[in-house]
Design a protein around this ligand. Structure first.
Ligand code: ADP
Ligand code: MG
Length: 308
């Protein structure tokens, strides 16, 4: 596992990371979420030993990243922000170089590189100069570098940033397919990514952890969680008032008046299910329902509330 213990980083007068602690276990894909400038990259640079912390430390599979740095880094792969790769090398020569630094030689080095090329869909461009590749491919080259040694611990800083939707999908699938026997931490500011990929999300703002939950638990913090969204065929102004009187309902809000009327019905507490009561109301009043669904809650709303 990875244990992050009270990591703190001060740049001059700026407190970039302010006492962050968490533990991640095998099989988990931890999404590190936060607005720009929240301290995601700085935290990852400290976990991977690229910059020293002001205080605190990270333990990677039992090895302290600062006092036992080589042992810790041997087990770890790191995809830094913006995929820094040497532009003048070919894909294969860059990966050969990285594999040599990792201590691989001969046939083993060859097979490691072949596997990484295969996993990252890079076989077709293996002899191309890195600087002539599109951004999506450069990202994959950097990805290949991070998994060359099949690390138990994988730290990725915005792995899908700048990719088109198809490439994002591919990279996410790649990450998922590798996750079973690894500890994965990835940062993102894309909420969909947390849903698509992560088993757990840590939200940070101004260098501090403000939430540590599963994506569903996070969504349940939304004011919309458990609300019933209903569209009636005919704009009946009294319907919203009537729905306010249904047992367990806190309030109603008219959200649209195209082709009938759309009403959002909020429960008093997210735990009190109100859908049955809402349906019964429409039946009793003979109102024709065009659509009805229970809101799960919205990550963007939760994200805004806890990070601003
Ligand atoms: N090398 C540095 N020198 C000074 N300030 C820095 C440095 N790196 C990051 N910062 C500051 O630390 C804060 C967190 O930055 P960063 O970790 O890059 O955030 P994120 O990755 O969440 O966008 C920001 O205010 C940023 O300006
Ligand atoms: Mg960053």
């Amino acid at each position: 596992m990875i244990e992050v213990k009270n990591l703190t980083k001060k740049f001059g007068g700026t407190m970039a990371v302010d006492g962050i602690s968490f533990t991640v276990n095998k099989g988990e894909i931890l999404g590190f979420l936060g607005p720009n400038g929240a301290g995601k990259s700085t935290t990852m640079r400290m976990i991977t030993g690229f910059i020293p912390p002001t205080s605190g430390t990270a333990i990677i599979g039992g090895a302290d990243i600062f006092s036992d740095s080589i042992a810790a880094r041997t087990k770890m792969g790191y995809l830094p922000e913006n995929a820094p790769v040497y532009p003048e090398m070919t894909v294969t020569s860059y990966l050969e170089y990285c594999a040599s630094i990792r201590g691989f030689k001969g046939a083993q080095r060859k097979s490691r590189i072949e596997e990484a090329l295969e996993k990252c869909f890079l076989k077709d461009v293996r002899h191309q100069i890195v600087g002539t590749l599109s951004k999506g491919y450069r990202q994959r080259v950097c990805f290949a570098q991070s998994i060359l040694h099949d690390p138990e611990y994988l730290i990725m800083d915005e792995p899908t940033d700048g990719l088109d939707p198809n490439q994002k999908f591919e990279v996410r699938e790649m990450i998922k397919s590798m996750s079973a026997d690894k500890v994965i931490i990835l940062s993102t500011h894309i909420l969909d990514e947390v849903d698509a990929l992560c088993t757990r999300a840590i939200v940070i703002a101004k260098g501090r952890v403000v939430a540590d939950k599963t994506p569903n638990e996070l969504r349940a913090m939304s004011s919309l969680h458990g609300a019933v969204s209903i569209t009636l065929a005919i704009d009946d102004a009294s319907a919203a008032d009537g729905l306010s009187g249904v047992e367990g309902v806190k309030k109603t809000e008219i959200t649209g008046k195209e082709n009938g009327i759309s009403i959002l019905v909020y429960p008093k507490t997210p735990e009190s299910p109100i859908a049955d009561g809402v349906v019964k109301f429409t039946e009793d009043k003979g109102l024709r329902v065009k659509s009805i669904f229970v809101e799960q809650g919205r990550l963007d709303e939760v994200f805004r509330n806890i990070t601003s």
